[in-house]
Design a protein around this ligand. Structure first.
Ligand code: GLA
Length: 687
């Protein structure tokens, strides 16, 4: 794809603004529904996700349907020029279904059958649930698929979880038979069968991992996680049959998640696989802004990291499907966004590639567990409160940003994120049991580039990385022969590759490589790691690198050098005066191995050398202090520059030349001051 070509990910060519709208909670209050339409206009919202949890309203009894209310809602939204994202209601079942067909209910890993209740509590293998969801989806597609207001399908909601019922055990065994080509010996080999007498003599003996059964066979654990992803995708594929058949031109998404608190990518499903089945990536972002354990800038960096991962899954704009305009109801402390933070955090999403700002939810529920979750319309039903006004301000701003829609963020730097490697590493009984922290380690490597506004793609192993100047693969614990071969080609062809401690230790079956580190990795790096020491928090060690000292924490790998050059040296312990960081020229390219977990300042200094050597640059150069982020999207003729102050103080930013404010149209001088949490969106025509 040409670098600056636009890609519209939905049927709309403007920034989407709106969110989950649940009028099914308010059908006995026509006055509220009428107010909703007025408030939609006042809040400058334009797009509404409908029917996400509406099954018991759409089909109150088996085979009895009630779509008229939805017809009216869609019609009323369309009358004001609004658009609709229509959901399939499979995220929560009606009670009659659980009662009549108990097979739809999940069995948990302790083999306890779950009761009806909550949501996302169904078996993905259940034939009945698959039939029922597809039947409902067909009715929705037939009725609304040609509606001009419909711009996208929202399939289910935040797919997650797993079921261990007999049907799922059967499906798992079938999946394994296919994977191991009916060869039980191959499975026993891959799972290291004789360990603790775990050799299977019949497929029927295999059970999913369980706290009351098996949990120590790592090959089984890994295959089970892969199966859960595949089975979830298979369920999703079954859901979308009617859409693909009747509305091939309407894009399909499902909303991805993050694991909150630390704000790391969602762990339980391999989104790199799921992404291939979607037309558009969308995700639900609920960062705990203003928390008491990190700075606003630290949290903003983490948001940028996930955005860059989810955008890179399809290398095109993504959608922010849910966020809160104020607070949530499920953080430990549910703090309101301070004035200005809503606009700032929304613009950050756009800066990293989102073409929407959507909320959960439009109108605050009156009852049940989400009645205090932030929303656009509060219980006061007013357009005059602070939160509503901040939403309207975001809406007015988005209306000025149509040129940004569809634009991309080309990058020369890639960091590799691998779900499978993370699963295997977490399973590994070894190293520090709580210090592995794979996603957090990637964030630490990402930080320097974020601080310097240098665009980064966070890619997965199957993606083409041949065109990046710099590829960073921290803690790539699990790696297949195929990936190693591609890394070798990358460096041989002139790429720069950075790898760290705890990389390249097991293959795709979670079996270690025999005979030491992989021969091809030794060729690339000109050395081999021989042992990894795990440090207690009180253990002190440092390395010297380019005449400066840096702290080591958690991990120190001892290296055996062949042709590599020493870049950093351990200062203490039995590996004192040996290599901690190395570099190695391999054919046209160069590789770097960082043997120890080092502090932020090391990353800054280490990557600075590469930034200079490879001439890695921000899209627009500027000078600013810590906590300011200047991110850009690249249009066909202009760059769109988001200047964001993620600190509690005023900040100065100096550009090389003046730029135009895209929202106000005014010329912005080279020296700019941003107040606490202020954001400006500037345009720079490309020379
Ligand atoms: C998730 C769900 C929503 C809602 C929000 C609350 O993202 O998809 O239905 O429960 O959480 O934050």
């Amino acid at each position: 794809m040409p670098k600056h070509q636009k890609t519209y990910v939905t049927k709309a060519d403007f920034m989407l603004h709106g969110g989950d709208y649940n009028p099914d909670q308010w059908l006995d209050r026509p006055e509220i529904l009428a107010d909703d339409i007025k408030l939609m206009k006042l809040s400058h919202t334009n797009t509404f996700s409908l029917g996400i949890f509406a099954w018991s309203t759409l089909e109150p009894e088996e085979g009895v349907y009630n779509f008229e209310w939805l017809d009216t809602i869609i019609e009323n939204i369309a009358k004001i020029g609004g658009r609709v994202i229509l959901a399939t209601p499979s995220g929560a079942r009606p009670a009659w279904m659980s009662q009549k067909y108990p097979e739809v209910l999940r069995v948990n890993e302790s083999r306890v059958k779950q009761l009806h209740g909550g949501r996302h509590n169904h078996c993905f293998s259940s034939v009945v649930y698959r039939e029922k969801t597809q039947q409902m989806n067909r009715l929705l597609t037939e009725r609304y698929g040609k509606n001009p207001a419909l711009i996208m399908w929202h399939i289910s909601n935040e797919y997650s979880g797993e079921c261990h019922c007999d049907n799922c055990q059967q499906a798992f065994r079938g999946w394994l038979k296919e994977k191991y080509k009916n060869d039980l010996q191959a499975l026993n080999d891959a799972w290291w069968g004789p360990f603790w007498s775990h050799t299977f003599s019949d497929w029927s003996q295999i059970e999913s991992p369980s706290p009351i059964g098996e949990s120590a066979v790592h090959g089984l654990n890994l295959d089970w996680r892969r199966f859960v992803t595949d089975q979830t995708i298979d369920f999703f594929e079954n859901e979308i049959v009617p859409m693909r058949e009747l509305t091939p031109d309407i894009p399909i998404t499902t909303n991805f998640m993050a694991d909150t608190f630390d704000l790391i990518p969602f762990q339980s499903l391999d989104y790199s696989k799921f992404a291939k089945h979607l037309d558009v990536i969308s995700w639900d972002a609920y960062p705990a802004w203003h928390n008491d354990w990190e700075t606003t800038a630290d949290l903003a960096m983490k948001v940028g990291f996930i955005d860059d991962l989810y955008r890179s899954l399809k290398q095109k704009p993504f959608l922010l499907m849910e966020s809160t305009p104020s607070l949530v109801n499920w953080h430990e402390v549910n703090k309101a966004k301070r004035p200005g933070m809503h606009l700032l955090s929304s613009m950050q999403m756009l800066a990293h590639g989102s073409d929407s700002i959507m909320y959960f939810q439009w109108r605050k529920s009156r009852g049940s567990s989400e009645k205090f979750h932030g929303s656009v319309v509060d219980h006061d039903n007013s357009s005059e409160n602070r939160v509503f006004k901040e939403v309207a301000k975001v809406g007015e701003t988005l209306e000025k940003l149509s040129d940004v829609v569809g634009t991309n963020r080309p990058a020369d730097v890639a960091i590799m994120y691998d779900w499978e490697s993370n699963w295997a590493l977490n399973d590994a009984q070894g190293f520090g049991l709580s210090t592995k922290q794979y996603p957090q380690t990637l964030q630490e490597h990402y930080r320097t580039f974020w601080e310097q506004d240098i665009p980064v793609d966070v890619i997965t192993k199957e993606q083409d990385f041949s065109n990046y100047k710099l590829l960073i693969v921290p803690m790539l614990y699990l790696v297949s022969e195929a990936t190693i071969a591609r890394l070798k080609v990358f460096v041989a062809g002139g790429g720069r590759l950075v790898m760290t401690y705890i990389s390249g230790l097991v293959n795709e079956h979670d079996l270690t490589f025999l005979g030491g580190w992989h021969k091809d990795l030794q060729d690339i790096f000109g050395m081999k790691p021989t042992e990894t020491d795990t440090l207690y928090p009180k253990d002190k060690n440092t390395i010297t690198y380019q005449d400066k000292k840096y702290e080591v924490k958690d991990y120190a790998t001892v290296l055996d050098l062949a042709t590599a050059t020493i870049e950093g040296i351990y200062q203490e312990d039995f590996y004192e005066n040996t290599a901690a960081v190395t570099s190695h020229s391999y054919q046209e390219g160069k590789s770097y191995y960082i043997g120890a977990r080092l502090d932020d300042q090391f990353h800054r200094d280490f990557y600075q050398t590469l930034i200079e050597e490879l001439a890695l640059k921000p899209v627009v150069s500027s000078k600013h202090g810590k906590g300011v982020s200047v991110q850009a999207r690249q249009g066909v003729e202009s760059d769109y520059v988001f200047v964001m102050n993620f600190t509690e103080e005023a900040q100065q930013i100096a550009f090389d030349s003046s730029l135009t404010d895209l929202v106000t149209g005014e010329i912005v001088p080279e020296q700019l001051t941003l107040k606490q949490y202020e954001v400006r969106i500037l345009e720079q025509p490309r020379k």
